[in-house]
Design a protein around this ligand. Structure first.
Ligand SMILES: Cc1cc2nc3c(=O)[nH]c(=O)nc-3n(C[C@H](O)[C@H](O)[C@H](O)COP(=O)(O)O)c2cc1C
Length: 357
């Protein structure tokens, strides 16, 4: 039997060997000079732990909640579209892995399978549906009704993508997406609706939504919603004022606007602005268990795995995502034990300091 992966770096390496170069560019690349991609990672090196040795504390618990949803570890998987480009089972495999591991999927609008198909693949798991505030009001409301009927617990609205980022690798490769890859939520008969809602990710648009429009459409919706793609204090405040129950501090993994704040320093400022009462998730740059611990200690309720989940899916489908979550769990328990803190919900700023210059 094949030896299981022992590190996340190994999963990443194997995943890249399975993809064509053009897809590797799409996955690994980002906007502009990819400065934000690099800063997302280097920001984690700017913080160091403050361990307390001889704590007498063992078996630190890792469970928590996000928006009231139980999580075995403070991790969700990101809404990444075009998922069958990476593995034929796409988000169905991701949902099954989350179901097995006690974590939560965010299921993309631009996915290869519909919200209903992914829900059906992992019926016992809690799940969140992601939507773009784009296209017609009628299309948006129809998707909301489907999300609710399919048993989703919340809606994640991606607010940082009124158009696609300036991604030069994709331009160079003339990358195009077939509707069979991104159109899982749309019937062929709804092609116009799909073009209006998802087409703006690839071309420029004249229909950029406002907070006011979004909040008026979500006003009567029964599920809580999350604003994904916040990098500034002003936008965090605007999202909460518009009715968001939680936010995701995210720069889309450096794929949208380059030269925006890295996720970790943005989190610190935004948590300080919003105080302890609002659930805040962080994505963009999470690559190992100690990153999760740092983010939680600095104020995140949970983190969201983008590329790390894609690597798991590509490397070995459902099993690859499960192994990714297992390795994160094991590393987190190791780090928490060495840090001498009781458990994930006991973490705070006191466990961290900025690396002295
Ligand atoms: C291949 C790929 C496709 C993505 N598609 C979407 C999408 O359809 N909607 C969305 O809100 N975010 C999308 N994202 C962004 C992720 O949800 C997440 O914000 C980002 O990957 C986090 O950064 P990380 O990759 O450094 O973890 C995508 C990311 C990748 C890598």
């Amino acid at each position: 039997m094949r030896q299981q992966f022992q590190t996340l770096e190994e999963i990443h390496r194997v995943a890249l060997t399975k993809l064509d170069d053009v897809i590797v560019d799409y996955l690994e690349g980002g906007a502009g000079d990819e400065t934000t991609i690099r800063r997302n990672r280097s920001a984690f090196e700017e913080w160091e732990f403050q361990p307390r040795v001889m704590s007498g504390l063992s078996s630190p618990p890792t469970a928590t909640t996000f928006l009231g949803l139980p999580l075995s570890i403070p991790v969700l998987t990101a809404p990444f579209g075009s998922d069958t480009m990476f593995h034929e089972d796409g988000q169905k495999a991701v949902a099954r892995a989350n179901q097995a591991m006690g974590t939560v999927s965010m299921v993309p609008e631009a996915g290869s399978f519909s919200y209903e198909q992914v829900a059906h693949a992992a019926p016992a798991a809690a799940r969140i549906a992601q939507l773009h505030p784009a296209g017609s009001d009628e299309n948006f409301l129809r998707l909301l009704a489907r999300i609710s009927a399919a048993g989703y617990s919340a809606v994640c609205v991606t607010v940082d993508s009124p158009t696609g980022g300036w991604r030069e690798r994709n331009r160079r490769n003339a990358l195009e997406f077939d509707s069979s890859i991104i159109g899982g939520n749309y019937n062929p008969a709804d092609r116009d609706q799909m073009e209006a809602a998802l087409g703006q990710l690839f071309t420029h648009v004249d229909n950029v939504w406002s907070w006011h429009k979004l909040s008026s459409l979500l006003d009567d919706f029964e599920l809580p919603w999350i604003a994904k793609g916040i990098t500034t204090v002003a936008d965090a405040r605007a999202a909460v004022d518009a009715g968001a129950s939680a936010i995701i501090v995210s720069n889309h993994g450096g794929r949208q606007l380059d030269d925006v704040p890295a996720s970790l320093p943005a989190l610190v400022e935004i948590r300080s602005e919003l105080g302890p009462g609002v659930d805040i998730a962080l994505d963009s740059g999470i690559r190992r268990g100690s990153d999760v611990i740092k983010a939680v200690a600095l104020g995140a309720t949970a983190v969201v795995l983008g590329r790390s989940a894609v690597y798991g899916l590509t490397a070995d489908g459902q099993r690859g995502v499960e192994r990714t979550l297992e390795l994160l769990t094991e590393e987190m328990i190791t780090v928490l034990t060495l840090l001498g803190r009781g458990g994930i919900t006991d973490l705070n700023h006191e466990a961290m300091r900025r690396v002295p210059r």
